[in-house]
Design a protein around this ligand. Structure first.
Ligand code: ADP
Ligand code: MG
Length: 268
């Protein structure tokens, strides 16, 4: 008789199986995420690409348990280290997310509080999860901003969000997501609204940081060229489904699906 023992290392960090999310609209039930499955290993970066409206954001929100009415996750599993997030109590899910999973949004003000100085927000974020002094939390915030390639982080910490540029605000929001050293970050087009140079800088900073820390990352983008330089693997989403998933080289060199072939054909 053979036994197959599953060791810790074999459990993927994130396994999404047959995820289905619907929206109830006046026109009827809309299957926005329609059977999405993928596996993400520890320290891996997955680029989730697809045209606007293909269901990328709703996939991210579904994984995070952030879908609200008129939307609803109606099927599938989201296994984080083997634990199904769709079955967790909201309070336990929030706790786990605060500790181990973070989301970065297109609008940094979804993360930042406009009426609090950056240091107040970052120190609070650190101390919500770690028993450290104010000074230790402040130093940790400064160091994390520094790791994001931010020059004179002390000055940024003393600023209010509106005193920072759009790119700087997004860097701060990303740094907040990284503060606790989460195992998984889901980034929903956080650089899309920024100009190309700033976008490239932030991508390389994020890449450096996740590689150093071994963080797994799902980077959502409508732009294949953005994720091609950042990701290990690419999943292409079309009309609520993943129509193609493979290594960056496989997807770019041997696209199987006509939609992906079209995407690649349109690359500069
Ligand atoms: P993407 O991020 O790929 O651009 P989304 O995941 O935001 O696309 O949305 C996919 C589809 O889900 C949209 O085209 C829309 O039809 C539907 N959808 C998203 N949010 C809502 C909502 N709040 N109410 C109704 N339909 C929605
Ligand atoms: Mg979106």
């Amino acid at each position: 008789m053979t036994t197959t023992a599953t060791t810790f290392a074999e459990v993927p960090l994130l396994e999404v199986r047959g995820l289905r999310t619907q929206f109830n609209t006046r026109a009827g039930v809309l299957p926005v995420v329609d059977g999405v499955s993928f596996t993400l290993g520890r320290g891996k970066v997955l680029g989730l690409v697809g045209e606007s409206g293909s269901g990328k954001s709703v996939t991210g929100f579904s994984i995070m348990g952030l879908v609200d009415a008129p939307g609803k996750v109606v099927g599938g599993e989201v296994l984080f280290k083997g634990q199904d997030l769709t079955q967790m109590q909201p309070s336990a899910l929030r706790q786990l997310q605060g500790d181990r999973i973070a989301m970065i949004f297109q609008d940094p003000m979804a993360t930042l509080n406009p009426v609090l100085r950056v240091d107040t927000q970052m120190v609070e974020a650190v101390r919500a999860h770690r028993k450290v002094s104010h000074t230790q939390a402040w130093n940790h915030a400064r160091d994390t901003l520094g790791l994001m390639g931010i020059a004179s982080p002390e000055d940024r910490l003393r600023a209010y969000p509106h005193q920072l540029s759009g790119g700087m605000r997004q860097r701060v929001a990303i740094a907040i997501a990284m503060l606790h050293g989460p195992d998984l970050i889901i980034a929903d087009e956080p650089t899309t609204a920024l100009d190309v140079t700033i976008q490239a800088q932030i991508l390389s900073e994020v890449q450096k940081l996740v590689r150093e820390r071994g963080t797994s990352l799902v980077w959502i983008s409508h732009d294949l060229s953005v994720v091609a330089g950042l990701a290990d693997e690419i999943a292409v989403m079309y009309a609520g489904r993943i129509v193609e998933h493979g290594s960056v080289d496989d997807v770019l060199d041997h696209p199987q699906h006509p939609y992906t072939q079209g995407l690649i054909g349109s690359l500069p």
